[in-house]
Design a binder for this molecule. Structure first.
Ligand SMILES: *Cc1c(COP(=O)(O)O)cnc(C)c1O
Length: 410
């Protein structure tokens, strides 16, 4: 069909040729090209064979081809299928950001008058989405203290539709019992269970294997891993959930772009190598900080002193690259530290190859996302410093922290 369109039987004028020339690209020789790496399909639409095909592909659950890139794009699908394979999922959907993935999930499975239960702390952007948008639309919300299964159970009501968890939690690194969480959901068939496992990555933890319904990641973090893309992913265990989410995404139009999907797909190939190195480095840094006289407390699930160490060991392949810590004395000491590191950068975000340090109470969990009393109740102290340990040589990171700690006066 494309060949006929290129050659309609008369000589086209140059303006028309230029507009239609894209149809010729796949027609060199007798076969389409077979690239080893998936191409970036930037096309926003796809030529239809006939009207019947257009009708079939307009059904939001159709998987038989491509109609329009908001409804599906080949580059995005390759990246999504790769992540679905990692998660052991029925399928995955890619979004323009982690927050887009979370809000799509919540609006798909809860409507006005329904109730959601969330742990505390939770990613600051989730607090904002829930408190500033969803509550306004009529959703009822309960934040439990911490993430114990007992607290979740107590909060469930007849109209509860979503149980939302995060593990390891940002920034306290507390660990949710994923198996128990899934079982609690299964005991209440009206419920959908959802976990944000961004801090673990799908290499270190696969919640769907424990029976959780949906798992979310900010691809901006470990899966992307190079601090050069924004994205989110939801992976689902059931086809019905997948179809409902796909329809919401098509209507809201918050998909990942083909370019971001291309670099995401490239990045997934090294996820296992990176996570092994992140985890190895983070343990060394955590041990160094734990033994340092100016450090008050270290939050890293890989340390036997962490209250959830055994649980983390049971459900995760390794402990990841995220840790938090508090210095002795006032917040000023933390400020001295984060402003004096040289190899580590002061920046929000996490999960990239380079080490980043940030101060959650003034950035990721600041007042415009989380009310101060809620932040404090969740254990996000003013003196807490969060460190995303990269894949550099651990000795350089430790040396950097050591010289910055030397400048801190206790
Ligand atoms: C960053 C992050 C998000 C939000 O993802 P964006 O890609 O920034 O929208 C959600 N959850 C956690 C745990 C995060 O770290």
């Amino acid at each position: 069909m494309a060949r006929e369109r290129c050659n309609p039987g008369w000589k086209l004028s140059v303006e028309t040729e230029m507009v239609r020339s894209n149809l010729k690209f796949a027609l060199r020789g007798n076969h389409p090209p077979r690239p080893l790496v998936p191409p970036i399909y930037n096309s926003s639409t796809y030529e239809l064979e006939d009207v019947r095909e257009g009708e079939e592909l307009s059904n939001t659950s159709s998987k038989n081809g491509y109609l329009y890139s908001r409804c599906g794009n080949p580059t995005v699908d390759v990246a999504a299928e790769t992540i679905a394979c990692l998660e052991g999922a029925e399928g995955s959907l890619l979004f323009s950001s982690g927050c887009a993935a979370i809000s799509t999930c919540m609006t798909t499975f809860a409507k006005c008058g329904d109730h959601m239960v969330l742990c505390q702390p939770v990613y600051g952007g989730v607090n904002a989405t829930v408190d500033k948008i969803l509550v306004k639309l009529g959703l009822e919300v309960t934040y439990i203290k911490g993430n114990s299964l007992e607290e979740y159970k107590k909060a469930i009501k007849p109209n509860t539709k979503i149980l939302y968890g995060e593990t390891p939690a940002n920034p306290t690194m507390s660990i949710l019992d994923v198996e128990g969480f899934a079982a609690l959901g299964k005991a209440h068939p009206q419920l959908v269970t959802m976990i944000d496992a961004t801090f673990a990555s799908p290499y270190l933890l696969q919640p769907l294997k424990y029976g959780v319904d949906l798992v979310m990641h900010s691809c901006t973090k470990y899966i992307g891993g190079h601090t050069d893309l924004l994205g989110g992913v939801i992976s689902f265990a059931s086809k019905e959930h997948g179809e409902a989410l796909t329809a919401t995404q098509i209507y809201l139009g918050n998909n990942m772009s083909p370019w971001d999907a291309f670099i995401l797909h490239r990045s997934v190939k090294t996820l296992a190598l990176r996570m092994d190195r992140h985890s190895e480095n983070a343990l060394k840094v955590a041990q160094f900080l734990q033994d340092h006289p100016k450090v008050e407390k270290v939050y890293y699930p890989g340390l036997p002193s962490h209250p959830d160490h055994e649980l983390a060991k049971k459900q995760m392949r390794n402990f990841s690259g995220m840790l938090s810590f508090e210095l002795k004395g006032s917040m000023e000491n933390g400020v001295t530290l984060v402003e004096n590191v040289k190899v580590i950068s002061l920046a929000v975000s996490l999960g990239g190859v380079e080490s980043l340090v940030c101060h959650p109470a003034s950035t990721t969990h600041c007042d415009s996302y989380v009310p101060a009393e809620m932040r404090k109740a969740a254990g996000v102290t003013d003196t807490m410093i969060r460190l995303s340990v990269g894949i550099e040589n651990a000795a350089d990171l430790i040396k950097d922290l050591e010289q910055a700690l030397d400048k801190v006066k206790i």
